[in-house]
Design a protein around this ligand. Structure first.
Ligand code: S3P
Length: 442
């Protein structure tokens, strides 16, 4: 599959489920890999990013069997049990896989080389190397903080208390995973809470982990090192970051009503839903339930007249991956949307701030970048489209502009759809199943 093109449609209808959560899938494999005995995982995301993590763990001695697409079995090696891989670990497009695995191996007495694709090799890894070096790990990276890089694991790891310089679940998780094979207590301090799937999953596997909100801007997460993790059953919920695409599509396409089943609604992941509701979106949460500590529900979304809003910077961690699709909603809303404090978007799979702005401008939408803020002047009747947008090796940029094509005056194409498979391999099928008109563009 190379390019795709998406044409305007009306009346999206149907009930769908989205694939498993990418963040939870990586963590289930890694933490299952550090447990003793057999962990079963149902609903794992079969996206390229997660498959890279599985391959990396296998290269370090974890046995992973795929009974069926639905059921995976992980035979863990126990905390501290990873062996040195005999080849470079290639995490391709996956920043989460790379960064969390760097943490996991950092306190094993092994050397591991990491690399990735053209996108991952541009992304900063110093943010992970800095705390790991305080724990006694050595990281030797190209250009100081880029892949390819080598992690030389600490033989006698030192527990640290690390205050995150930016709100990032990847940095937090890398430190906590390094803390697994570290004696004593490893702590991470957050000023703005980020997704807590690592904490929840470690606790699910029997680790002692405390979370203290010491002040409004100080959350301290403390892991007691060298636990014996027990193998468990994990059920991976639908990814809210993937659900965001059919959700916004239904919202901005006239005459639509779509139900998305089994969506994970961890409170630290629902900034997009809060924002869309502030914009006037009709999103109903039904059948809310709990699965192994993670809230889950079905979402019913109807076409809505939405208007521009201000999205405050403190909301960013809870919707960090959703800005590209929020920008699409903002383009189809009435008036100005100002999204504040988006510096972190510059270091995602692409420079998302530039990718969103350039793509929207090409589609005829009024956009401005002001410092770290993105300002979009929306008009549902004025999205000319009729262009090809560069996806920049970024799945979420690709999917967002295909959703915009569903409501633009003229079709919107993307030059390369390849990376959609990193997080949402069934995107094309599902979007067309509810009434989209997305096809290959030769
Ligand atoms: C993720 C954390 C986020 C997010 C990424 C997944 C995770 O990155 O963008 O897609 O699973 O921990 P940051 O923590 O760097 O913001």
């Amino acid at each position: 599959m190379t390019g795709l093109v998406s044409a305007s449609v009306k009346g999206l209808q149907g009930t769908i489920g989205v694939p498993g959560d990418k963040s939870i899938s990586h963590r289930a494999l890694m933490i299952g890999g550090m447990a003793v005995g057999e962990t079963t995982i149902r609903g794992l995301l079969l996206g390229d990013d997660v498959l890279c993590t599985a391959a990396a763990l296998e290269a370090m001695g974890v046995t992973i069997d795929r009974d069926s697409d639905e059921l995976w079995r992980v035979h863990g090696v126990g905390v501290g049990g990873l062996k040195e891989p005999n080849n470079v670990l290639d995490l391709r497009n996956s920043g989460t896989g790379a960064r969390l695995l760097m943490g996991l191996v950092a306190t094993h007495p092994i050397q591991v080389q990491f690399t990735g694709d053209d996108s991952l090799r541009t992304r900063p890894m110093g943010r992970i190397a800095t705390p790991l070096s305080q724990m006694g790990t050595q990281v030797i990276a190209r250009d100081g903080d880029k892949m390819p890089l080598t992690v030389i694991g600490a033989r006698m790891a030192i527990p640290i208390q690390y205050a995150l310089p930016v709100p990032s679940a990847q940095i937090k998780s890398a430190v906590l995973l390094a803390g697994l094979n570290t004696p004593g207590e490893t702590s991470v301090i957050e000023t703005r809470p980020s997704r807590d799937h690592t904490e929840l999953m470690l606790r699910h596997f029997g680790a002692t982990i405390s979370v203290e909100d010491e002040a409004a801007d100080r959350r301290v997460i403390t892991l007691t090192g060298q636990p014996e993790l027990e193998s468990k059953e994990v059920i991976v919920l639908g990814d809210p970051s993937s659900a965001a695409f059919p959700l916004v599509a239904a919202l901005i396409t006239p005459g639509s009503e779509v139900t998305i089943q089994n969506v994970g609604l961890n409170p630290l992941r629902i900034g997009l839903i809060d924002t869309l509701r502030e914009m006037g979106a009709q999103i109903e949460v039904t059948d809310a339930r709990d699965q192994a500590g993670e809230p889950v529900a079905d979402l019913v979304v109807k076409t809505s007249q939405i208007k521009g809003v201000v999205v405050p910077p403190e909301r960013a961690p809870s919707m960090i991956d959703e800005y590209p699709i929020l920008a699409v909603a903002a383009a189809a809303a009435d008036g100005i949307t100002r999204m504040q404090g988006l510096a972190e978007l510059r270091v995602k799979e692409s420079d998302r701030l530039a990718a969103i702005a350039d793509g929207l401008v090409a589609c005829g939408v009024a956009v401005e970048i002001d410092g770290d803020d993105l300002i979009i002047t929306g008009d549902p009747d004025q999205i000319p489209g009729g262009v090809t947008v560069e996806s920049r090796m970024d799945h979420r940029i690709a999917m967002s502009f295909l959703v915009l094509g569903m409501t633009a005056k003229n079709p919107i194409a993307i030059d390369d759809a390849h990376h959609i498979a990193t997080s949402f391999p069934s995107f094309l099928t599902l979007m067309n199943e509810i009434g989209g008109k997305i096809e290959e563009n030769s």
